[in-house]
Structures are given as structure tokens and as C-alpha cells.
Ligand binder design. Structure first.
Ligand code: NAD
Ligand code: IPM
Ligand code: MN
Length: 372
């Protein structure tokens, strides 16, 4: 069978709990799949790395991630490090990891499963059948904006620094927009052929350029129905009538916010996985949620977002479509059995903890293996 090396980054808070299902201490190989061997190598990342090594992304971790076939991350961050200086924050480590791997395209699917319609806070008729893919630019935008780090009275310095960067930015922005737009057009092509580009082109110059480039690229994809929407309207439309959306493409910060909003249509942020890929090299796969310090260590977290991220890892990171489908089918089957963590619980279902939910999915994968 085919064998792959996966860097496993449990991180902080609920991170170690939700990735626990991927680890099997007795066996070096994951019991998840048939015909595909996943060898997990665990590394430090985020707050736990800060405590152990003094930095949120140790060089050793980035090197291991680069050397592997794909990276699976739990979550990072927590109260303990919230007031750290910028370069000593767990979140900074995550941005360094994304930039270091060059994973500029972040795919965040938000689909309402029939089993979970009642977990959505929206009315059944609004939520039922929603199937959206948010394509989020991940290594640019305001997250990585320059110049930065000056005090409010440092106008001279800002001006000098800005002039230095202006040439660089002009070239950089075109490429950054074009490559994420191309990914989004391709993604839309494999879905229902509709792409909505979300921006703030009525106000932001960066968005004006964004819209111009996306519009220009549309001629390469005549089969795709392209529309544009301002981000504030998009936030409203997602709740008013989410079924109007197929694929959404947007920048780093808008994509961060809209994907959290979209998660609630599906029932819970504890359900949504993500895949981050670049031009080449290993991809990064992580749930869209954070370290949930409010429920960490209580065995309450929903591990399905992470398990579904592992499915995305198999599909987009390794090209192992069948194995990905098996994991997704096992998640559906586990929901069909009625198991629910607190975030997706509804009356008549069986409330379980994080560990038990993981075990139930594993059991289902195992029984499918036996059949196969
Ligand atoms: P969060 O996503 O951690 O939590 C928001 C809410 O959702 C909380 O009430 C939490 O209990 C709940 N929740 C999240 N994941 C859940 C799951 N799997 N099952 C059940 N409930 C779940 O966002 P936050 O509270 O704003 O941030 C907490 C920390 O996480 C911060 O330090 C933040 O920077 C970090 N963060 C990290 C990532 C990441 O690692 N990719 C993403 C977002 C936030
Ligand atoms: C996410 C998170 C991160 C982001 C933070 C923790 C840096 O919110 O993965 O959605 O904003 O990208
Ligand atoms: Mn986020």
C-alpha cells in the first residue's frame, strides 16, 4: 500500500483532543484507511511550542512540515499567550507556517448535512441543501500588510517605508489576486459553475484592484457565471438566502469572517474542515475553528471538523480520493447512528464527548474496511 509522512501539529486547547483520533500510540500507522498508510510525526506548534522553545513556530517544526507529504493541525492559541508581543503569539506562528509552506489557497467547504439541519440556527427551509465553498486567500492581505509596527506618531517612517514597498506591492498584488482567482474559477468549474467574488471595491483600493483582476480573468473561464458582491451585503445574504451561493472567492480577512458565519448555517463551527494548498509542496489541513479555551480539557469538543480535514488531506494533499470518501462516509454513518457532541446536539440524538465521537468514527471506518 502507499505510504505517506504526515506532520501532526496538535497545538493548544482542544487541538490535542481533536487530533487524538489520528494518533494511535500502539501502531505507527493510522487505522483510518485501506491501501493508504499515514505515518504521523508529531511536532510542537503555537502556545505549546512557545512554552517549550520560546517561539511559536520552531525551525524544526517548519522543516519537518516542509519535508512531509502533508500537515494536519489541530488548533493554536489561548488566554495564556493573548498579551504576548506580536512575534511571540501562537497566531503569529500559524501565519508563519502558512507563509512558510506557501499555502495561499484556503478551501473552506460549508455544506448542510441532512442529519444536522436541526442543529442550524436558521430555519429548516433556509438551511436545507446549502452547499458553499469559500475560497480564501491565505498568505496576503491585511494579515501580512506592510508597513507595520510603527507608533501613531511615526508618519515620516511610515512614508519612507511605504515608498520602499510600493513597487513591490504593485507587482505582488496582481500575482496574489490572479493565482487565488484562478484556483477559485477551477473550483467553481468542478462544482455548480457559479463564482461570487466578495470584496469592498466601493471603498478599498486593494479591493478595486481585486475586482479588476477577477473580472479580467473571467474571459479565461467563459463557462463560469461570475458575480461580485460587497462583503457587508455578502454577510447579510449568507443568512438571508445562503442557497444563492456556490463558490465564494475572497481575501484573507473577509474569508476568515465569512467562513465562521457560514459554519453556523451548517450547525456548528465544530463541523467545518479546511484545506490550504500552494503551487507545490505539502498542503496544510486544519479545522476552521480555534483552540476553544472555554471547553478545552473537558472532552466536549467536536472532532469531526478535524476528521473531515484529514479527509481533505487525503483528497487534496495526497490525491487519495477513495480514502477521503471512506472517511467522509464514516462521519455520515456515525451521525446516522445518532451520535452528537454538544455543539450539534438536538433532542432525540445521543450526546457523546470528543473521545467517544472519534472512537465511533474509527469503528465505522474499521467496519467498512472489513466489508471492502
Ligand atoms: P474558537 O473557534 O476557538 O471558539 C469559538 C466558539 O466555538 C467557542 O465557544 C468554542 O467553544 C466553540 N468551538 C470551537 N470549536 C469547537 C469544536 N470543535 N467543538 C465545539 N465547540 C467549538 O474561537 P475563539 O474563541 O475566538 O478563539 C480562541 C483561540 O483560538 C484564540 O487564541 C484564537 O486566536 C485561536 N484561534 C485559532 C485558530 C486556529 O488554530 N486555526 C482558529 C481560530 C481561532
Ligand atoms: C483561522 C484563524 C486564524 C486566521 C488566526 C488564529 C490566525 O482565525 O484559521 O480561521 O485568522 O486565519
Ligand atoms: Mn478564523
Amino acid at each position: 500500500s502507499r505510504s505517506y509522512n504526515i506532520t501532526l501539529l496538535p497545538g493548544d486547547g482542544i487541538g490535542p483532543e481533536v487530533v487524538a483520533v489520528a494518533k494511535d500510540d500502539d501502531e505507527p500507522l493510522s487505522p483510518w484507511t485501506t491501501g493508504v498508510e499515514l505515518r504521523f510525526q508529531e511536532k510542537l506548534m503555537g502556545g505549546s511550542a512557545l512554552d517549550a522553545t520560546g517561539v511559536p513556530l520552531p525551525e524544526e517544526t517548519l522543516a519537518a512540515a516542509r519535508d512531509s507529504d502533508a500537515v494536519l493541525l489541530g488548533a493554536i492559541g489561548g488566554y495564556k499567550w493573548d498579551n504576548n508581543e506580536k512575534h511571540l503569539k501562537p497566531e503569529t506562528g500559524l501565519l508563519q507556517l502558512r507563509a512558510g509552506l506557501g499555502v495561499f489557497a484556503n478551501l473552506r467547504p460549508a455544506a448542510v448535512l441532512p442529519q444536522l439541519v436541526d442543529a442550524s440556527t436558521l430555519k429548516r427551509e433556509v438551511a436545507e441543501g446549502v452547499d458553499i465553498m469559500v475560497v480564501r486567500e491565505l498568505t496576503g492581505g491585511i494579515y501580512f500588510g506592510k508597513p507595520r509596527g510603527f507608533g501613531t506618531n511615526d508618519n515620516e517612517k511610515i512614508l519612507a517605508s511605504t515608498q520602499k514597498f510600493i513597487q513591490f506591492l504593485r507587482i505582488q498584488f496582481y500575482q496574489e489576486i490572479d493565482r487565488i482567482a484562478r484556483v477559485a474559477f477551477e473550483v467553481a468549474r468542478k462544482r455548480r459553475g457559479k463564482l461570487c467574488s466578495v470584496d469592498k471595491a466601493n471603498v478599498l483600493e486593494a479591493s478595486m484592484l481585486w475586482r479588476k483582476r477577477v473580472t479580467a480573468l473571467a474571459s479565461e473561464f467563459p463557462d463560469i457565471e461570475l458575480s461580485h458582491m460587497y462583503v457587508d451585503n455578502a454577510a447579510m445574504q449568507l443568512i438571508r438566502n445562503p442557497k444563492q451561493f456556490d463558490t465564494i472567492v475572497t481575501n484573507n480577512i473577509f474569508g476568515d469572517i465569512l467562513s465562521d458565519e457560514a459554519s453556523m448555517i451548517t450547525g456548528s463551527i465544530g463541523m467545518l474542515p479546511s484545506a490550504s494548498v500552494g503551487e507545490s509542496g505539502p498542503g496544510l489541513f486544519e479545522p476552521i475553528h480555534g483552540s476553544a479555551p472555554d471547553i478545552a480539557g473537558k472532552d466536549k469538543a467536536n472532532p469531526l471538523a478535524t476528521i473531515l480535514s484529514a479527509a481533505m488531506l487525503l483528497r487534496y494533499g495526497l490525491g487519495e480520493e477513495n480514502a477521503a470518501k471512506r472517511i467522509e462516509a464514516a462521519v455520515i454513518e456515525t451521525l446516522n447512528h445518532g451520535f452528537r457532541t454538544g455543539d450539534i446536539y438536538s433532542p432525540g440524538t445521543t450526546l457523546v464527548g470528543c473521545k467517544r465521537m472519534g472512537e465511533e468514527v474509527l469503528k465505522t471506518v474499521e467496519s467498512q474496511k472489513a466489508v471492502a
